[in-house]
Design a protein. Structure first.
Length: 271
């Protein structure tokens, strides 16, 4: 199937296999998904009915952390693994605090490119750009993002619900290390990540579904998650479940009190 990209070019989208970004969109109640994504999504719901709520809790963490960073004075943001646009997007939150904020989104999924125009509408005082690249192509990401962002000044890198799709052998820790190395002191790293610690039986079954569909999934333990922040100062409240990270900064997700989300989150500062 073809859709139009930001430049009017045809973007090829494979609708014969489920895709994590489109399933995430379906869990959030979006419309940018296909029957194959809904089919696998429903299989996952049979294993863990709380997955849509977990997805909303993760999304709410992104919004709260972005708002917190903007209030700390961060004015540059690199969002790697952006996913399908779902309002409010990161730039809407940070530019709502500081209209001059500059944001670069990055994703390798053609469907995100096809809908990227929704990510590029910001304030006249700020700047927004989109980079089509795989998360592991850090040199390419930094080069293109550097046309909008000044990496000589503090910036925030967000990796929201991304790294559990990158296995250790595919360079998950290395890509984070390379991105952090390029950041100036005073910069921040934001990560949310799937874990099997809270729902081990359901996580094992979902992992099997992913493997059966030739999809990567690498849920990590708290200790494995903490490794991404080596050499950084993790800000309070530390490594926690998504719903427990500064809940006072946003509205609670309806129903979240009845469930523990499936992921760890943390925000860390580069000294």
């Amino acid at each position: 199937m073809s859709e139009q990209g930001t430049g009017g070019e045809a973007v090829r989208i494979d609708t014969t296999r489920p895709h994590p970004a489109r399933m995430y969109d379906w869990f959030l109640g979006g419309k940018d998904n296909y029957p194959v994504d809904e089919a696998m999504g429903r299989q996952m719901l049979a294993v863990e009915p709380g997955i849509p709520l977990m997805a909303k809790i993760n999304r709410a963490f992104m919004q709260r952390s972005a708002r917190w960073l903007a209030k700390q004075g961060v004015r540059q943001f690199l969002d790697v693994g952006t996913g399908i646009p779902t309002e409010p997007n990161l730039h809407q939150i940070v530019q709502g605090v500081a209209p001059e904020s500059r944001v670069v989104y990055c994703d390798n999924d053609p469907i995100v490119l096809a809908h990227a125009e929704a990510l590029l509408r910001g304030t006249p005082e700020g700047a927004i750009d989109y980079v089509q690249a795989d998360a592991r192509e850090t040199d390419l990401i930094l080069e293109r993002a550097g046309k909008v962002l000044d990496f000589g000044r503090p910036a925030a890198v967000s990796l929201i619900a991304l790294l559990h799709f990158v296995k250790d052998e595919d360079g998950a820790y290395e890509l984070v290390e390379r991105l952090v190395r390029a950041l100036a002191p005073g910069s921040y790293l934001v990560i949310s990540h799937l874990t099997a610690d809270f729902h081990p039986d359901a996580a094992a079954k979902v992992d099997e579904m992913y493997r059966n569909n030739a999809l990567n999934l690498a849920p990590r333990s708290r200790e494995q998650f903490a490794r991404f922040f080596a050499g950084l100062e993790i800000v309070e409240p530390g490594i926690v479940a998504a719903e427990d990270w500064h809940p006072e900064l946003g509205e609670p997700v309806p129903g979240q009190e009845d469930i523990v989300s499936g992921g760890y989150v943390a925000v860390a500062r580069k000294a």
